[in-house]
Design a protein around this ligand. Structure first.
Ligand SMILES: Cc1ncc(C[n+]2csc(CCOP(=O)(O)OP(=O)(O)O)c2C)c(N)n1
Length: 262
């Protein structure tokens, strides 16, 4: 499938700031899905936020919901018509802060959804406030002297809750990210792809990383590809491990429902 068939080109140019990681996320999504997706069966679901807005650029049915509730809406869509492929996309604020409880319970249920969480460590759309995923001591509009909190690692949370697939990559690792999204799309149950990304406007500006290239380099230095024995490692030296945190084939919610109902 050509890129013009995958995205609504009439909505171009998109609304993202120069250097925003969402362009790489969209590119990787297209490359991961181009030859396996059936756009007539796909529903994109987003809450509110810059990355959640990606739902409206894909040439499929889409629903732009309220902040934090995308997984709830997506669950309803999947239960209403289990034949549909449902992808939720949104930011760390949308999916992990206000939407955190939906995330936990959808993973516990092993609900048949693919969730792509674009974790740019900040509330981008509203001007750069910290989110639960913001790194310790980072500067933001709400923590001008440094963030006293430690970052929530959503990928580990959902892996522990029972998700069939949980993977974290960064936009600095596009080849692996493409593979991760592709693998996730083809599995059943709850699948979670966390993408570490960049917000030059909300995060970079406050952290003296003014150029997107500087931020990109910083992000690369803040991550490492984990080996199996590091699977449960907590932020070694403040660095974020990348790779698969869960990959299993536990019976999904829809499979269980079909079995129970006969
Ligand atoms: C119920 C509710 N609370 C707060 C907001 C304001 N708001 C809009 S987007 C957003 C956070 C955006 O951050 P994130 O989800 O991380 O996405 P990003 O813009 O960084 O991609 C917030 C707090 C809202 N729209 N609705």
């Amino acid at each position: 499938m050509e890129i013009e068939e995958f995205f609504r080109m009439d909505r171009w140019p998109n609304s993202y700031c120069p250097g925003c990681g969402n362009g790489i996320v969209m590119n990787c999504m297209y490359r991961a899905l181009q030859d396996i997706v059936n756009l007539d069966k796909l529903v994109m679901v987003g809450g509110i936020g810059c990355s959640a807005r990606i739902d409206g650029y894909v040439f499929s049915d889409a629903i732009h919901t309220t902040h934090g509730r995308a997984i709830g809406f997506a669950t309803g869509i999947k239960l209403g018509n289990p034949e549909l492929d449902v992808i939720v996309i949104g930011g760390d604020g949308d999916i992990g802060a206000i939407g955190g409880n939906h995330l936990i319970n959808a993973a516990r249920r092993n609900m048949d959804l693919l969730v792509i969480c674009v974790n740019n460590w900040i509330y981008g759309m509203t001007g750069g406030q910290i989110s639960p995923a913001s790194p310790h001591e980072c500067l933001s509009t709400t923590t001008p002297a440094g963030n006293p909190e430690y970052a929530f690692e959503f990928v580990k949370l959902v892996a522990e809750c029972g998700a069939n697939y949980a993977v974290r990559w960064s936009i600095t690792h596009p080849v692996q990210l493409i593979k991760g999204i592709r693998t996730a799309y083809q599995k059943k149950g709850f699948r979670f792809v966390e993408v570490l990304s960049l917000c030059p406007t909300g995060f970079g500006r406050n952290n003296k990383l003014n150029e997107p290239a500087e931020l990109y380099k910083f992000l690369k230095e803040k991550t490492y590809i984990m080996r199996d024995e590091n699977r449960i490692a907590v932020n070694l030296d403040g660095k974020f491990p990348l790779g698969e945190f869960a990959n299993r084939d536990r019976e999904s919610y829809i499979e269980s429902l079909k079995k129970i109902r006969g």
